[in-house]
Ligand binder design. Structure first.
Ligand code: FHN
Length: 478
């Protein structure tokens, strides 16, 4: 990093430290009446980023999928361990808190890893369903400030900013700790005490919604945040009734006009999703519901044309750390997922679940470093690209970069290298290919238009064992 950038970064981190310490209020001004062009401008960095690191870390991390000395399971979300063992909040906290010991510098390790992997943003859990807040909250004593004497959100934000990462807050609206969260209002949302009467008498959910608003106000006022990743609603409990959703979003936008938010305060077709999948999605999303849709643990077969979308995915099968889940996806699978998602015009939010001390599981470190090695050679074929102009390609995927008069770059991501050294792609009307080259290995490639197809000649062997990229330079057809 050159000296000028070092000075600028240090100044930014210093300023952030002051903000974190002084909890200074942020500027106001909602993007009410935002034009499509203004929205495109606000979304631009996110669309160009294509790749982010998701981090699930909280009290559950120290339990590592183990309860009373036994594994709770080997698959599925161990950030749900409280719900899976049906523990009330006191029993859960008594077991979990002694094992949650954030080591010095944990956040710098995350930020370094995210950068090494080629991630452009980092989204982390400020509070998950167990209700434990990682910041030093003035409206709760179930937080890192009170229990640890630390503001872990501030540590993470500072570390991310120092690595020039954009920052996102995952914030759970579901809360298994708060004694006014009226879990009986939903048959579909999870709660450890579901089916049992409220242990402390009738609950006033309006009081929980006021608490939720106060904590969100703290988070978006105190820290420079770029994304708010809400999680999550059910068809039978969502929106205004469940969370005062529209008010929440307006307050956030008023404090952070350029913030980007997902649509998970709602759960309906017009709000972009009914299920966890993408079935029934509509090719438009009113920003009043959020800015992007979040297909979880899968890649929509044909992408989600017409909306901004981001696939969130675990590396094994759990979001929060588990010592018993060894179903790790290979680095090759993760790299091909990233390519597949970018070729469909989406973002990839790939998750790590750090341990109770904040350290990252070795399997995740290895995978992120493998992805980073690929991105250092091929990143231009992912960052700032848009969806393929082609429906399907038998041998791989395609991304593109637009020029003034149409596409000026095509990137052919070859999964299955052609034995005959030849790739055929449909000619693009109005363009002609003028140059071809390989991003890896330095081998020679050529491209020649032959009527309705373009023929790309490549060397006999693939330069990359996972995905080899052939770049094509296009010019408007003469
Ligand atoms: O219940 C959560 C789950 O623990 C995890 O945080 C995922 C991440 O998208 N969201 C919810 C399930 O959809």
């Amino acid at each position: 990093m050159n000296r000028h950038l070092r000075v600028r970064t240090a100044a930014a981190v210093l300023a952030l430290s002051v903000i974190c310490l002084m909890n200074s209020p942020a500027a106001g001004g909602a993007p009410a009446g935002e034009t499509p062009a203004q929205r495109d401008q606000r979304m631009a960095w996110w669309r160009q980023a294509r790749f982010g690191l998701f981090v699930h870390w909280g009290l559950y991390s120290g339990l590592a999928g183990t309860w009373e000395g036994k594994p709770v399971g080997t698959r599925g979300g161990m950030e749900w361990i409280q719900q899976r063992v049906k523990a009330d909040t006191d029993t859960y906290t008594k077991a979990a808190f002694p094992l949650f010991k954030p080591k010095e510098g944990f956040a710098r390790e995350w930020a370094q890893l995210a950068r090494e992997a080629g991630c452009r943003y980092l989204v982390f859990t400020t509070k998950h369903h167990d209700g434990f807040a990682l910041h030093d909250s003035k409206v709760s004593d179930f937080d890192a400030g009170n229990l640890l004497g630390r503001d872990l959100v501030c540590e993470i934000v500072q570390a991310a900013r120092a690595r020039r990462l954009r920052v996102g807050f995952y914030h759970s609206v579901i809360d298994w700790h708060h004694d006014q969260y009226a879990y009986q209002k939903s048959q579909q949302l999870p709660h450890p005490l579901k089916g049992r009467p409220y242990p402390n008498g009738e609950r006033d959910h309006a009081k929980y919604k006021a608490f939720l608003r106060a904590q969100v106000d703290e988070l978006v006022s105190r820290y420079p945040v770029d994304i708010l990743w809400w999680d999550y609603s059910a068809i039978d409990f969502q929106g205004q009734e469940a969370w005062n959703a529209f008010d929440l979003m307006e307050r956030v936008r008023a404090k952070r006009p350029r913030i980007i938010m997902n649509n998970r305060l709602f759960r309906s077709r017009e709000a972009g999703w009914a299920g966890m999948g993408t079935e029934g999605y509509l090719p438009q999303l009113d920003p009043k519901y959020g800015d992007f849709i979040t297909p979880e643990q899968h890649i929509p077969d044909t992408g989600m044309p017409g909306v901004d979308w981001e696939t969130c995915m675990t590396m094994n099968t759990t979001w929060g750390y588990s010592a018993h889940d060894h179903a790790w996806k290979s680095s090759a699978t993760l790299i091909r997922n990233l390519v597949d998602i970018a070729s469909k015009g989406g973002n990839y939010l790939l998750n790590i679940g750090p341990k109770g001390d904040g350290s990252v599981p070795e399997e995740s470190v290895r995978a992120l470093r493998d992805i980073g090695a690929w991105m250092r050679v091929n990143g231009e074929a992912i960052y700032g690209t848009t969806a393929s102009p082609y429906e399907k390609l038998a041998w791989g995927r395609c991304t593109q970069k637009a020029g003034k008069g149409g596409p000026e770059r095509l990137y052919l991501h070859v999964f299955d290298w052609p034995r005959n050294g030849r790739l055929e792609i449909p000619a693009l009307r109005g363009s002609e290919p003028v140059k071809a080259w390989l991003l890896a290995g330095g081998g020679k490639a050529t491209v020649s238009p032959t009527g309705r197809t373009w023929t790309v000649q490549v060397p006999a062997t693939a330069p990359d064992p996972v995905v080899s990229v052939v770049a094509l330079k296009l010019e408007p057809a003469r």
